[in-house]
Design a binder for this molecule. Structure first.
Ligand SMILES: [Zn+2]
Length: 313
């Protein structure tokens, strides 16, 4: 009797009471058991959830429902950077004058002077033997970033900024498609001293692919100097070259090859990347980037002795 009367009874009840009775019937009926079974299955399937690694939890849970051949993407590992080279064997050749020596030239001047004829023969040898001229910036980028160097790299450096750098060296290097690095002084250029490069010539050379770098405001021994004096010499030449050529020099050549730790400290604080000495050697690394050795080319060198110096034989 009660079961036959119940539907009418439910219909006559207020809405909230009717909902409560419906829930009572559902919670004890077969739907209730099916719902409970589904909840239990889900709990079993997703059982080993860990809160410390949500991505792995999700992957692990979904793996249970996928066929074996379906592969989930795995995170790409961060590539391991290639190790940087520890050192580079690059001859940095050191020239001073490339001209006919003046009449009555003394022994030192003769030693510092390579004739244009000998210089041309040396350039021809470099080209024929497959050498490539690079800048000190190229060498620096190789050591610091691993940017590759060409085969048989060589750096050609010319100290003191003599006028023959513009009149003889610059056109000859262009003829061979080579570049050169010129370590210049500011004071002779400011006063347009005879025999030295002018700022206009340096600008033209820089625009023609040559590398204008710093040798000091004046050609003085920088050892044992005050901080202010070192800033005057080292920052002074750097700012002057930048002002006149539009290119910031990053390398310094110690006048007469003389330096101390204070000179190196001021170079570093002024933003230089390295410096060359007059010491002999072929190997460069970040450990000696502020004391890079060079190979002196002498006025008395024959082509055979030039090749021996170049190749370290
Ligand atoms: Zn010098």
């Amino acid at each position: 009797m009660a079961s036959e009367d119940t539907p009418d009874l439910i219909n006559r009840l207020p809405r909230s009471t009717s909902a409560a009775l419906f829930h009572l019937r559902f919670s004890t009926g077969p739907l209730y058991h099916a719902w409970t079974l589904l909840v239990v299955c889900c709990l079993v399937c997703f059982r080993p959830l860990r809160w410390d690694d949500p991505y792995q939890d999700r992957v692990e849970a979904w793996r249970r429902f996928l066929p074996a051949q379906v592969m989930l993407p795995t995170p790409t590992p961060t590539p391991t950077p290639l190790p940087l080279p520890e050192r580079a064997r690059v001859p940095i050749l050191m020239y001073h004058y490339v001209s006919e020596p003046p009449v009555g030239a003394d022994r030192i001047r003769l030693d510092l002077t390579v004739t244009p004829e000998n210089f041309r023969a040396q350039l021809r040898y470099l080209a024929d033997a497959g050498y490539h001229t690079i800048t000190l910036s190229d060498l620096y980028l190789y050591l610091t970033q691993g940017i590759p160097l060409p085969d048989k790299p060589v750096v050609l450096t010319f100290d003191d900024g003599y006028r023959d750098a513009y009149e003889v060296v610059f056109p000859m290097l262009q003829e061979y498609g080579f570049t050169g690095t010129f370590f210049v002084l500011a004071t002779p250029a400011h006063f347009e001293s005879p025999g030295y490069l002018t700022w206009a010539q340096m600008k033209e050379m820089a625009e023609g692919g040559m590398d204008i770098q710093a040798h000091g405001r004046d050609h003085v021994d920088l050892r044992g100097r005050s901080y202010d004096y070192l800033v005057y010499q080292i920052l002074g030449i750097q700012e002057a070259i930048y002002y006149h050529t539009g290119r910031l020099p990053r390398f310094f050549c110690y006048p007469s090859g003389r330096y101390d730790k204070d000179v190196i400290a001021v170079l570093k604080s002024a933003g230089y990347w390295g410096a060359v000495t007059t010491e002999w050697g072929y190997t460069h690394s970040l450990d000696n980037i502020f004391t890079m050795p060079r190979i002196r080319i002498r006025g008395s060198d024959t082509l055979a002795s030039f090749v021996r110096r170049l190749e370290g034989r």
